[in-house]
Design a protein around this ligand. Structure first.
Ligand code: COA
Length: 175
């Protein structure tokens, strides 16, 4: 009797179990940069680049109609740990910048931002994504190659601070 009751309870529970897995809820959001994000963005920039942009430069990006300055915020803190900046120019997406806070690196945040940019570009039928990256910046080049970007050229002594060459990389969509 007790055994039948237990079996009934167990079978009813199995019947009631949802038949589809609940939708995956990421523990972060990617969203347009707000004024409240700027202190975090400026700090990430300062810790990431030899000639960092200041707050005014980011505010200018936020005002440009063809620029997209976006941040990745973990839901747990709501504080941006990575950002990206890209321009929509004709049929091309030009990536100006992607950076993650040094303490938040190698956790997949830049990859999530790049996946987001590529998805936006595909949805809006852009033909090409392009960027320039310092020759010595092998981590960033590895990130871009992971997404299928190819080396397509070199701009000699492109960076004014140390005369470093820039590698031109692109990803042709729809190939
Ligand atoms: C380059 C940068 C944005 C990567 O950010 P991140 O959040 O640490 O990168 P992710 O964790 O998403 O890594 C994604 C992939 O990038 C590559 N990568 C990232 N950091 C790397 C490193 N230090 N060495 C080698 N490959 C690296 C790997 O292919 C990695 O995939 P894997 O983890 O499966 O090996 C980050 O190092 C950074 O902010 N650097 C300073 C700013 C900068 O140079 N930006 C690029 C301007 S063009």
């Amino acid at each position: 009797m007790e055994e039948d009751r237990l079996r009934f309870t167990r079978d009813s529970l199995i019947d009631c179990a949802p038949k589809v897995a609940p939708p995956f809820q990421p523990d972060f959001v990617i969203a347009p940069c707000l004024s409240a994000d700027l202190p975090a963005v400026v700090e990430i920039e300062r810790l990431s680049f030899p000639t960092p942009w200041d707050r005014l430069a980011f505010e200018e990006e936020m005002r440009r109609p063809f620029a997209r300055l976006e941040v990745l915020r973990p839901k747990a803190t709501g504080i941006a740990v990575a950002f990206c900046d890209y321009w929509l120019v004709a049929d091309e997406v030009q990536i100006l910048n992607i950076a993650a806070h040094p303490e938040a690196r190698r956790k997949g945040f830049a990859a999530r931002l790049l996946a987001h940019i590529v998805e936006q570009a595909r949805l809006a039928s852009f033909r090409l994504l392009s960027l320039e990256v310092r020759l010595s910046n092998t981590p960033a080049q590895a990130l871009y190659r992971k997404f299928g970007f190819r080396d397509v050229g070199l701009r000699p002594r492109y960076y004014a601070d140390n005369q470093e060459d820039a590698v031109l990389m692109d990803l042709v969509l729809g190939e």
